[in-house]
Ligand binder design. Structure first.
Ligand SMILES: [Zn+2]
Ligand SMILES: [Zn+2]
Length: 273
């Protein structure tokens, strides 16, 4: 792989707090944001055959370079990535300090896709340590849904009951403070966090939940079950025993505690930005 890709120095210092994102009329897809940071500049030579072909597959015919190299700028906001397609000369100029003119029809939603790009692109999180708040949505039924980046032991991504291996992996998920979902072991709502595409996808799941469209936002009433267990245990032990509620358990070591931590980290980073 010979891809000429340069990460912009200090790109993760640009955290764009309060960055407004815009949705399409269905509320499902993010169409833009007020501010983007430039994360990487890329020059794709025709000799990088697989990358060249995978890139071109996603481009409008009028943007095809006809066998000449491409210049790309990869930009991102908290919940969306965009790709600006230009010439290698413009990218070389940008690397030498000329401001990059971004915008117009040669801007595409999302970074390049395909196996070749998956292997070649750097894995980036929004926040420098991979922990922080990416967005917040009002839940139609009340409460809030918060989109966060977090770090977790690689072995415990989808199951916090297994032995840790002592190596952290970046993840992205959301948490709803009405129903306290997803659970720690809810596979479908936690994703590896390797770039704006992963954040975008998780953000759309979070908004679906906030709109009540995934049918999962039902506050869990575990009071009956808790009382039964409490009674059995109390009788057995001969003393009164109370179990934590779902809310307090979540606040202690569940999603609510992840959100609280992400908020603290975000406040700390943006205060010192
Ligand atoms: Zn919770
Ligand atoms: Zn919910």
């Amino acid at each position: 792989m010979t891809l000429d890709l340069v990460l912009k120095t200090g790109f993760q210092n640009t955290l764009l707090p309060g960055n407004q994102h815009y949705l399409d009329p269905t509320g499902r897809r993010i169409t833009g944001a007020d501010l983007f940071r430039i994360t990487a500049s890329v020059i794709v030579q025709p000799a990088d055959a697989e990358l060249y072909a995978d890139l071109e597959r996603g481009l409008q015919p009028e943007h095809h370079a006809g066998g000449r190299p491409y210049g790309l700028a990869l930009l991102e906001a908290q919940q969306i990535g965009i790709m600006h397609v230009t010439t290698p000369e413009v990218i070389e100029g940008f690397r030498a300090g000329t401001p990059l003119p971004v915008g117009g029809s040669n801007c595409y939603g999302g970074w390049p896709v395909g196996q070749s790009w998956e292997d070649a692109l750097p894995k980036v999180t929004w926040f420098p340590g991979g922990e922080g708040v990416l967005g917040e949505y009002d839940n139609a039924a009340g409460g809030k849904v918060t989109l966060i980046e977090y770090m977790v032991d690689r072995a415990q991504k989808y199951n916090d009951r297994v032995e840790p291996v002592g190596e952290l992996a970046p993840m992205v998920t959301y948490h709803c403070d009405r129903c306290h979902r997803p659970e720690m072991f809810d596979l479908g709502e936690k994703y590896q966090n390797e770039g704006p595409g992963d954040r975008s996808w998780t953000a759309s799941k979070a908004r679906t939940h906030a709109r009540g469209k995934d049918g999962k936002c039902t506050p869990v009433d575990d009071s009956h079950m808790r009382r039964v267990v409490e009674q059995v245990v109390s009788e057995h032990q001969g003393r009164t025993m109370t179990l934590p509620t779902r809310e307090s358990a979540c606040s202690l070591d569940g999603g609510c505690s992840l959100v609280r931590h992400a908020r603290a980290v975000t406040a700390n980073l943006t205060d010192h930005a």
